[in-house]
Design a protein around this ligand. Structure first.
Ligand SMILES: [Zn+2]
Length: 484
């Protein structure tokens, strides 16, 4: 064992030995013993870091912070505020004032003199895959889960350092990672997890190898199902079961594959996946838990079937037609759309079958954004990177790219206040109740201080290392280059 993870006190060493011994005990007694004594945060800190060290490298542990002399982009308005002060207490924005006397620095307050820089809400990515964004498919299917989780934790920290303080994870085993971030064990954004992507046999989430098919009805699960990446279901009852399993683990919304996809080899892009009855079973189970279903669908037929089943959010939709875009607008359904365009790195890694499908989707991007704008569909922004570390590191560039179709202010509103509204659709199981994506009194304190005005130059968000001088999440500062 390396000294960083070696337990430091006899008490903790005994505990670890006991835990190890328990894990060898028969299943029933292990469950009985481990149930009441699951380690809480205090024990994690003791196990991993020793006493006295902070659990996470946050530069401040909440408390009270005062940003002085900022101009605010609040997530909703296209103009900056007059020079103001913003006071954060704990994890909440307590007060915003243009009168310096109202928010004067007091003892015990961490003061950040912003010198007129722009304060904006932390960015939200509505379609991200923390477990798979930066890991190549070859590693994903061969590496052990411990290694993959460490890579995911590293990617989570990188994501936060790119200014993304919240992500909606649209598929992958991130429940443990989310817990570790929320407890301060590791660093990363808020995660709205979907858990496993639910797919029909041969659907976009059927990642099985040739030798794993056919499966006997009720037979053993495939590797990607055991890993929590996908869940295969072929009837309303099976769909209900898989949905409820994700909810049990803490999914804040449910993701189903409702049509063909690019990266999966065994389904045509035109295919309609699941039946309306199957999708409806998922919608019912999710709504009984206060939340909603999001469906992967590119074509009008797949989108329409999802709408008929009561789905509240369409993922992608790049091959949509005009009447279907209008239908989304009329019914107030969210369109989680990504600026999918040719990326040489990503394209080079695709199989010839996927390349052909990808070109079809890329060709639809222009039309999709034109229609989303024309009908004022509630549009969410997401990057949706899979399997490419280089592309994942360019997450902010995919946001900056939105100025092909929107003003910088519109694009930034989409990635802040609008996406924040979509996060709230999780209803009473929202893991982070409170306002996200806005700078206003009472909102959660997820903030970026930007060196420059992103409403003039959105490319500032594409170079977060240089341009985001302070990154705050939940009232804690994770980056501050001004105070050095
Ligand atoms: Zn995706």
């Amino acid at each position: 064992m390396n000294s960083r993870i070696l337990p430091r006190t006899p008490f903790v060493r005994t505990r670890v030995r006991n835990l190890l011994r328990m894990s060898c005990a028969p299943l029933l007694s292990a469950a009985l013993l481990l149930g009441p004594c699951q380690p809480g945060l205090a024990q994690y800190e003791a196990l991993e870091l020793g006493s006295g060290e902070p659990a996470a490298p946050a530069l401040s542990a909440g408390g009270v912070t005062l940003f002085q002399n900022v101009r605010i982009f609040d997530g909703r308005n296209a103009a900056l505020s007059v020079p103001s002060s913003v006071l954060i207490r704990g994890n909440i924005i307590e007060q915003i004032s243009a009168d310096p006397a109202v928010t004067e620095a007091r003892a015990g307050v961490r003061v950040i003199d912003a010198n007129g820089r722009v304060l904006m809400p932390g960015l939200i990515d509505a379609h991200w895959h923390m477990f798979m964004a930066a890991v190549s498919p070859a590693i994903l299917v061969t590496a052990d889960p411990g290694y993959l989780n460490l890579l995911a934790a590293r990617q989570a920290e990188a994501t936060l350092m790119r200014g993304f303080t919240t992500i909606r994870d649209m598929g992958g085993p991130v429940f443990g990672l989310k817990r570790a971030i929320d407890e301060g064990v590791t660093v990363g954004p808020r995660i709205y997890p979907s858990g496993a992507m639910i797919s029909q046999t041969s659907g976009h989430g059927d990642f099985r190898s040739r030798y794993e098919v056919p499966r006997t009805l009720g037979g053993p699960l495939s590797q990607s199902e055991l890993a929590g990446v996908a869940a295969i279901a072929d009837s309303p009852n099976e769909v209900r079961l898989r949905v409820r399993e994700q909810l049990r683990q803490g999914a804040s919304q449910i993701k189903l594959m409702g049509g063909g996809g690019v990266s999966s080899p065994h389904n045509p892009i035109e295919s309609i996946q699941f039946t309306e009855a199957e999708l409806h079973a998922a919608v019912e189970a999710a709504e009984n838990w206060g939340t909603y279903v999001a469906v992967h669908a590119y074509t009008p037929a797949a989108i329409r079937q999802a709408i008929a089943a009561g789905v509240k959010c369409i993922e992608h939709g790049h091959l949509i037609d005009e009447p279907t875009a209008k239908l989304l607008a009329d019914k107030g359904i969210w369109w989680s759309l990504q600026p999918l365009t040719y990326d040489a790195d990503v394209f080079a890694r695709m199989s010839p079958v996927s390349q052909k499908k990808a070109l079809e989707v890329f060709a639809g991007t222009e039309n999709a954004y034109t229609l989303a704008r024309k009908y004022k569909v509630k549009t969410a922004w997401g990057a949706d990177i899979l399997g490419d570390a280089g592309a994942a590191s360019r997450q902010g560039q995919y946001l900056a790219m939105m100025v092909r179709w929107y003003t910088p202010a519109e694009a930034l509103m989409m990635a802040t206040a609008d996406n924040g509204e979509l996060m709230a659709l999780s209803g009473f199981i929202n893991p982070y109740p409170g306002k996200l994506g806005v700078v206003e009194a009472g909102a959660l304190a997820d903030l970026l201080l930007v060196d420059g005005n992103p409403l003039d130059d959105i490319n500032l968000v594409a170079n977060p290392d240089k341009n985001f001088v302070v990154i705050m999440k939940d009232g804690r500062i994770y980056k501050d280059t001004l105070s050095k």
